[in-house]
Write a protein that binds this ligand. Structure first.
Ligand code: GRF
Length: 216
């Protein structure tokens, strides 16, 4: 709310800035891409907090560099997964978070968390889902001999990488590709589509109907 002195006129460009809470366990290159997209005005939102289960996550250092609040929460201090998730949710609530972005978060969220933040959690996966869900998927793609792989941004549901798909981007898999070279190619695309998907969310343009996500 703005308090106006009577008679003054205030013209504000109305912008909806969503509060983003990011969960990250590792190096945080996607987090970095999102931070940069925000700085460039490509996402109408702000990262209100970055939470990690790993005190050494490079993602935390990246966030601090941009004066973003960070929090390490030690899993070992909690009785079970749900209590741990409840602590995370408490931090997200404090920041009035509208969207939870999983940015290389290596823990599986409990059904409780997913229920409370239904349709408000997104993840990026380095394969073209529903092919290759789970871990080490670039290696699996190379070993399987697929000619095309890529990345997927999706809403998080209770399954493993099974929620409604928001955006996907494909990359060619060449005969000479290794797990590392494919991962690198895919990562470049991840850094494009993750910020795009977040912007679509922040603009309220994503409509979920069953398995499908419609972009208005
Ligand atoms: C990415 O490959 C992403 O697709 C997967 O975890 C990795 C995170 O990398 N979910 P980074 O921490 O963002 O660099």
């Amino acid at each position: 709310m703005t308090n106006l002195v009577p008679g003054t006129k205030l013209v504000i460009e109305e912008k909806v800035m969503i509060n983003i809470g990011a969960l990250a366990s590792g190096r945080g290159t996607n987090l970095q891409a999102i931070i940069e997209a925000i700085k460039e005005g490509k996402i109408e939102g702000r990262i209100s907090i970055v939470i990690s289960d790993n005190p050494d996550a490079y993602a935390l250092k990246r966030a601090k560099r941009y004066n973003i609040e960070t929090k390490y929460i030690n899993f070992k201090s909690f009785k079970n997964r749900e209590d741990y998730d409840k602590k995370i949710m408490e931090c997200l609530k404090e920041k009035d978070v509208d969207l939870v972005v999983l940015a290389g978060y290596m823990r599986i969220l409990t059904p409780y968390f997913i229920k409370v933040y239904k349709d408000k959690i997104i993840n990026i996966h380095p394969a073209l889902l529903p092919s290759f869900p789970g871990l080490h998927v670039q290696r699996q793609a190379v070993e399987y001999g697929v000619k095309v792989s890529g990345c997927t941004v999706h809403f998080v549901d209770e399954g493993v990488d099974s929620g409604p798909i928001i955006l996907q981007k494909s990359v060619e898999v060449k005969a000479a590709d290794t797990e590392e070279s494919l991962a690198e190619k895919i990562l470049k695309e991840e850094h494009q589509i993750y910020p795009q998907a977040i912007q679509l969310f922040s603009q309220g343009r994503l409509i979920i109907k069953g398995r499908k996500v419609f972009i208005r």
